[in-house]
Design a protein around this ligand. Structure first.
Ligand SMILES: Cc1cc2nc3c(=O)[nH]c(=O)nc-3n(C[C@H](O)[C@H](O)[C@H](O)COP(=O)(O)OP(=O)(O)OC[C@H]3O[C@@H](n4cnc5c(N)ncnc54)[C@H](O)[C@@H]3O)c2cc1C
Length: 552
């Protein structure tokens, strides 16, 4: 391959670009990431990492690093006029369960999370190319030709790059969407907004997210960050008397506003690293693909950060697109697979805008009727219920949902009756038949393959499914034989990648498989952790699912 080409060119090194690049790199796809900035930005921004993103970080192999640097969201502390305070959790606290091992929100600044993703990419010899700005693109049936400028000012040189595919992960103001001529549909509410910033704050306990006043009246919130030893807090402020434009230009005015609202003589704002006026803008792109070029993340949707859905949705975009692009660019799947990226993501993004806009309007509504604290968050925002039940890509032989409209795509996080297209739950307490080791399904799931769960109670019953799997590309399907109950027939199955006993019944419960004798259920889990297929009894369902996808 010539030096100036890559199979996939990613434009932008924010969380979307890095996660997409990591998914592709792990799948063995030659990838390049270009970034117009000359240095990596510092700052918090997308700092609330939802449990669904933690699932994805687990499958990408970066969860341990994220948990090591990040920390569980602390409770909020709401100060009242009399100097008292009420402490409450933003989300209803949830304990880890077999299906959801990471049920809480983790705080980690976007800059630190991106650092972890870059470190992981480096293991695949992918370095972000700084100071390289995409300026134009042109595509035909053979590929995409991109013009970039490398370097700054008088030293900038123009280069031409070639790629099979381009992913515009270039943020809200990105050029890729514009070059594709895609419109952003939605509204801008100029009058509504917040002041955001990262700053040193002395005299404040970092065990709480502190909040004074109540929006839409003057309100200051200061949230601890992972940079605890430096006393760096992240600010959200709003209010009737706050002049946000003035605050970003005049730090004295800003400090005075904080003093007036907090009335805390011990609180001292030190170095201000960043202060920005965010104006409410709620929009999504009309489409996510034009032939060989895609947009993802903020390049495709912008909205209020009130629900902390932006970066989390962007990462879901990135993995959804990444595994599909990997199969197609490795010539393993039909190019039509790429059309399901927009088919699956657009309805979810539409619902995400609905949730985040409703929260924004409620938070800043001068006539808010509800006495509920506007900082309380509902569980749907944890994103555990986000599903693709309607997708043309999923196959559900247990339920009839053909022609179903994609409504309520944020779903429910209660896995009472799992359906194809739902989040694939974890299941711990599995005993590896070969080694006797204890393992769990989330140890197995990866962004590089589909996992087929073969529930049986006699080893020979695995044969038909394993025979079918053997027809498809090597290494792209991982087979796990699961024995629901301990029987004499529970032996290792040589053709399977793994054989386990569901000792604690979490796999059967999570995947809705009866644990009695004669069990023959198959579940296909996609590389992005969604259930691709629920197949009952007849293994031809496995064939139908993979035939739709693979080019063999
Ligand atoms: C104050 C604030 C708080 C937020 N809090 C949360 C939160 O708690 N949780 C959450 O989920 N989300 C949150 N968000 C949203 C979140 O930050 C974004 O959704 C996220 O950054 C999107 O990532 P991205 O990679 O798509 O875009 P970006 O992070 O914007 O990255 C795009 C990159 O592309 C580069 N680029 C642009 N044009 C070019 C070009 N022509 N050539 C090369 N490179 C280019 C840019 O320099 C940039 O580095 C918050 C946002 C704000 C503003």
């Amino acid at each position: 391959m010539p030096l100036n080409s890559a199979t996939v060119l990613i434009v932008g090194s924010g969380p979307t670009g890095l996660v997409c690049a990591l998914t592709l790199a792990q799948n063995g796809v030659p990838v390049r990431v270009i970034e117009k900035l000359t240095h990596f930005p510092n700052g918090q921004r997308g700092s609330s990492i939802m449990p669904r993103t933690l699932d994805l970080y687990q499958f990408l192999g970066v969860l341990d690093d994220v948990n090591r640097v990040g920390f569980m969201a602390p409770p909020m502390k709401q100060y009242d006029e009399d100097g008292g305070a009420t402490v409450f959790p933003m989300f209803t606290p949830r304990l880890p369960s077999p299906a959801v091992p990471e049920p809480g929100v983790v705080f980690l600044g976007q800059a630190a999370a991106c650092g972890i993703l870059r470190k992981s990419l480096k293991k695949f010899n992918v370095d972000v190319e700084l100071g390289v700005r995409l300026t134009s693109l042109d595509q035909d049936a053979a590929g995409v030709t991109v013009k970039v400028t490398r370097g700054q000012g008088d030293l900038a040189v123009e280069e031409t790059l070639q790629a099979q595919y381009v992913v515009g992960a270039d943020g809200a103001r990105g050029v890729v969407r514009k070059l594709l001529g895609l419109s952003m549909l939605g509204e801008t509410l100029q009058s509504k907004g917040f002041l955001f910033g990262d700053m040193e704050v002395k005299g404040l306990d970092n065990a709480y997210w502190h909040t004074w006043g109540m929006p839409p009246n003057d309100n200051v919130t200061l949230r601890p960050t992972e940079r605890k030893s430096e006393n760096i807090f992240s600010l959200i402020a709003t209010g009737a008397t706050l002049d946000r434009t003035k605050a970003v230009q005049d730090f004295q005015y800003y400090r005075h506003f904080v003093r007036e609202v907090t009335k805390d003589p011990n609180l001292e704002i030190g170095k201000i690293e960043f202060l920005a006026d965010w104006k409410a803008n709620t929009r999504m792109a009309e489409a996510l693909q034009k032939e060989r070029v895609f947009i993802a993340g903020d390049a495709a949707h912008v909205h209020s950060p009130t629900g902390a859905q932006g970066m989390n949705s962007s990462i879901m975009d990135a993995v959804n697109l990444g595994w599909k692009l990997a199969l197609v660019s490795n010539n393993l799947a039909k190019p039509s697979l790429l059309e399901t990226y927009a088919e699956e993501r657009l309805p979810v993004i539409k619902d995400m805008l609905y949730h985040s806009t409703a929260l924004l309007k409620n938070t800043l509504d001068a006539n808010r009727k509800s006495t509920a604290n506007p900082w309380l968050r509902h569980d749907a925002l944890l994103m555990l219920g986000v599903h693709y039940r309607w997708s043309s890509l999923v196959l559900d032989q247990r339920h009839s949902g053909e022609g179903e409209e994609p409504t309520n795509t944020y779903g429910s996080d209660i896995v009472s009756s799992i359906r194809a297209g739902d989040r694939a739950p974890d299941a711990p307490g599995l005993v590896n038949i070969r080694t006797g080791d204890i393992c769990r399904l989330f140890d197995v799931y990866k962004v590089t393959y589909h996992t087929v769960l073969i529930f049986i109670d006699q080893a020979e019953d695995a044969g038909p499914a394993l025979d079918i799997i053997a027809h498809y590309p090597v290494g792209r399907i991982y087979s796990v034989v699961i024995y629901p109950s301990s029987t004499a027939g529970m032996v290792d199955v040589p053709g399977a990648d793994l054989a386990v006993h569901d000792h604690d019944h979490h796999a059967c419960v999570g995947y809705g498989v009866p644990s009695g004798a004669g069990t023959k259920d198959l579940v296909i889990v996609r590389p992005d952790g969604f259930v691709g297929a629920l197949v009952s009894g007849d293994v031809t369902g496995v064939e139908s699912y993979f035939d739709e996808m693979y080019e063999i």
